[in-house]
Design a protein around this ligand. Structure first.
Ligand code: HAM
Length: 442
């Protein structure tokens, strides 16, 4: 039978055999964030479109070309449909939630992290999806460069914990509105002289926001942008001092970095520090992490002026990089016991024993397919059960069975009565001990 539809282009299914990789990364991300004092925040998958236009910026590729709008089929009370958009990133939603829930009125700094799905209508390719996932972290309240260093250190720590110690860090400063005014003039003059070759979107950007041309994906615009003036030559004293301090802190923490004056990031809210971690191991889409400071955003969204900064990592790209390095993922939990049964009474006992052990935290399976003994044992083998028990009339009568260690074939007697859980726990502990001794011996 043919499936009625396939998954939408640019999306991915994560089947159980792959999900443990995601769990490894997500757990490691949450653990690392907590070591750095970040707490989880959750916010909606869609927001008012105005939020993204105001924050990400309506001259960016993300807002101009990549957003997915959401409209209700039947607008409430015949009113105009609300204008919602699936989040293309997390910074805007997290900032909106922080303002709306009064987080920024509490003791500062406030530090939050999130693991979310994001949506951008881009051309799909390896490492570039239309629905993708981010681990992001945002810090509100500190304007000091030590906060920039802390956030970068956390991103680096997570990469290292995932076994990715060779991902290169690139930093830049894109200044504040003061130094950027001069820079915009220089950029505008440069691009005016190349006007004839710019794409139509960049022609529009020339007047409204010339810095966005630096981020255009058209190869011709990229070629022109390669020789454009760089912002580092235009930094005001305060921005320059901030950048120097950041470099000093990173050096003190022994975090290696490269300065790349071409990094401007594709989103409008950034000020001062911007950074990216890039790997060469997964092809063209090698930016596994991007972030920076956005000191004006909170005020722009209606909050009290509050400096802020953060980063986000693409989980698909992280996992791809880990796979390319042969990195280790925590294995999925293994089945401790498979209870095979012959006949209805035995199956009844199997259900009860399985429940007792599951209540104690063990991973137990029994037959729910009404299979014969042979296919049940085949299944136990397939799922990699550590132990098996076979229940039949004899076992029910004597209230005892053979517990088989599937790796060694060794069989031991086990009661099915009161001492069952203790006896099984002892067998598991002894199996673990044998495993450790074996590793030790090797
Ligand atoms: P971004 O650079 O747009 O920044 O995205 C962050 C990361 O998300 C990228 O480095 C990449 O790993 C991943 N990513 C982006 N687009 C895709 C895609 N189409 N497919 C797969 N992965 C993708 C932001 O989103 C900012 N909100 C980061 C930030 C947080 N800045 C401050 N705080």
């Amino acid at each position: 039978m043919a499936i009625i539809t396939n998954r939408p282009k640019g999306t991915q299914d994560v089947v159980p055999n792959e999900a443990y990789k995601w769990q490894t990364v997500e757990k490691c991300a949450a653990d690392t964030a907590e070591c750095y004092g970040f707490k989880e925040i959750r916010f909606p998958t869609f927001e008012n479109t105005a939020l993204f236009k105001r924050s990400v910026g309506d001259t960016t590729d993300v807002v101009q070309k990549e957003m997915y709008g959401v409209t209700a089929k039947s607008p409430a009370n015949g009113k105009d449909p609300d204008d919602f958009t699936l989040r293309p990133e997390g910074t805007a939603g997290a900032a909106r939630a922080a303002i709306e829930n009064g987080l920024l009125n509490e003791a500062l700094p406030q530090k939050v992290y999130y693991i979310i799905s994001c949506f951008r209508h881009e051309k799909p390719q390896a490492g570039r999806l239309r629905e993708f996932h981010q681990f992001g972290a945002e810090m509100y309240g500190s304007k000091d460069a030590s906060a920039d260093a802390e956030v970068i250190a956390m991103a680096k720590a997570l990469l290292e914990r995932l076994g990715l110690d060779n991902v290169d860090l690139f930093i830049n400063s894109i200044g504040c509105p003061t130094c950027r005014a001069e820079y915009h003039k220089a950029l505008k003059a440069y691009f005016e002289s190349k006007k004839a070759d710019l794409c139509p979107t960049c022609l529009d950007r020339l007047d409204r926001n010339p810095m966005r041309i630096l981020d255009c994906k058209s190869p011709i615009c990229q070629g022109i942008a390669a020789d454009a003036p760089v912002i580092l030559d235009f930094l005001c004293e305060e921005c320059d001092h901030h950048f120097e301090k950041l470099k000093k802190y990173l050096t003190a923490m022994d975090i290696q970095f490269n300065i790349n004056p071409k990094i401007v990031r594709g989103l409008d809210y950034y000020t001062k520090t911007v950074f990216e971690f890039i790997t060469n191991d997964i092809g063209a889409q090698g930016t596994v992490c991007g972030g920076g400071r956005y000191d004006g955003l909170i005020e722009q969204l209606g909050g009290n002026p509050t400096p802020a900064l953060g980063f986000a990592m693409g989980l698909e790209r992280l996992i791809m990089t880990m796979e390319s390095k042969g990195a280790e993922f925590a294995p999925a939990k293994k089945c401790d016991l498979y209870i095979a049964s012959m006949g209805e009474a035995a199956q009844n006992k199997a259900i009860v024993l399985a429940k007792q052990l599951r209540d104690e935290g063990y991973f137990v399976e029994f037959d729910t397919m009404n299979r014969g003994l042979k296919p049940q044992m085949k299944y136990a083998n397939k799922i990699g059960a550590t132990f098996t028990i076979v229940l039949g009339d004899n076992e029910l009568e004597t209230s005892a069975a053979k517990l088989k260690n599937m790796a060694t074939g060794e069989q031991t007697d086990i009661t099915l009565g009161d001492g069952f859980i203790d006896a099984f726990s002892n067998a598991v502990v002894s199996e673990m001990f044998d495993g450790v001794m074996e590793n030790f011996g090797n």
